[in-house]
Design a protein around this ligand. Structure first.
Ligand SMILES: Nc1ncnc2c1ncn2[C@@H]1O[C@H](COP(=O)(O)OP(=O)(O)O)[C@@H](O)[C@H]1O
Ligand SMILES: [Mg+2]
Length: 266
């Protein structure tokens, strides 16, 4: 099982949207996917239209070890190969639990271990802040997608996120790779990218190897509609679209497929 997360240490950079579309695309491509909502805001659970009942176990109980992993996993409506460990605001309580445990950074990895035999890919959606929960998500990740808006906030988020990943590598906690940097809500007017987006993309490519950048996800109400309606992005992209909205996820599928091949060879 390949564990991939979307990290970006600022809010609104596209983490939950990235995990949502990647999860659906990988499940449609035939992989068995476990999506993990590790944000107390529970946006991924909402995006996947999970109707959480009051006493149902969530990621909180799974990480605390008060239920078995399989008791926190639920099927996702309309998908045979997509499953979810949901979250709600009670997950905030995990921050203290992780910080007092001493091995908080490796706790999530440990708890997801039993899923290995049943899923091909695990995708984790973390909270925005650099707190224990985010640290635990980095600690579990083999591959990281970094979504960033093409503006000053996105630039700051990219720098902070890569520095946090580097810290884990330096201290030999784990060795996650950057699977891709995804420019999020890229704005174009006609045939040209807006000057602001172009400028910040150039700044970013001065800091991070340009080949790591994925095709961008355009700013579009169609994408917002895909999220709220539950339809996959491919359903709202017509073949004659000049810039297919699902382009970044097609490239992600290629990169994931190649990692999966290497993974199965070890
Ligand atoms: N391509 C897009 N164009 C415009 N808005 C988008 C697009 N993709 C996602 N959004 C909206 O951007 C908001 C923030 O994205 P989200 O994935 O929730 O970020 P994060 O998880 O990093 O906080 C969401 O409310 C979503 O509806
Ligand atoms: Mg989110």
């Amino acid at each position: 099982m390949l564990i991939i997360s979307a990290m970006s240490l600022s809010g609104g950079q596209g983490k939950s949207s990235t995990i949502l579309f990647t999860a659906k695309m990988l499940a449609e491509a035939g992989y068995t996917v476990l999506a993990v909502d590790a944000d107390p805001q529970g946006n991924l659970s909402t995006f996947l239209q999970h109707d959480l009942q009051p006493n149902e176990p969530t990621l909180l109980e799974v990480v605390k070890g008060s239920v078995a992993l399989e008791d926190g996993i639920y099927p996702v409506k309309d998908y045979d190969r997509l499953f979810l460990i949901p979250a709600d605001d009670a997950l905030e309580g995990l921050q203290d639990y992780l910080s007092t445990s001493g091995i908080g950074a490796l706790m999530m990895k440990q708890r997801l271990e039993p899923a290995k035999g049943n899923f091909d890919i695990c995708l984790i959606d973390p909270p925005p802040q650099r707190f224990q929960l985010s640290r635990s998500v980095i600690g579990a990740s083999e591959q990281i997608i970094i979504p960033v808006e093409l503006n000053v906030k996105g630039f700051g988020s990219l720098i902070r996120t890569t520095a946090a990943i580097q810290e884990f590598i330096e201290f030999k906690i784990c060795h996650p790779e950057i699977l891709g940097v995804l420019p999020f809500r890229d704005r174009w007017t006609g045939l040209n990218r807006t000057i602001e987006c172009e400028t910040w993309l150039n700044h970013m490519q001065g800091e991070i190897a340009p080949e790591l950048f994925l095709p961008s996800l355009r700013e579009s109400t169609k994408v917002v509609r895909a999220i709220s309606s539950g339809l996959p992005l491919s359903a709202l992209t017509s073949p004659e679209d000049k810039y297919p909205l699902d382009e970044p996820f097609k490239e992600l599928l290629k990169r994931v497929t190649s990692k999966m091949e290497k993974h199965s060879n070890v």
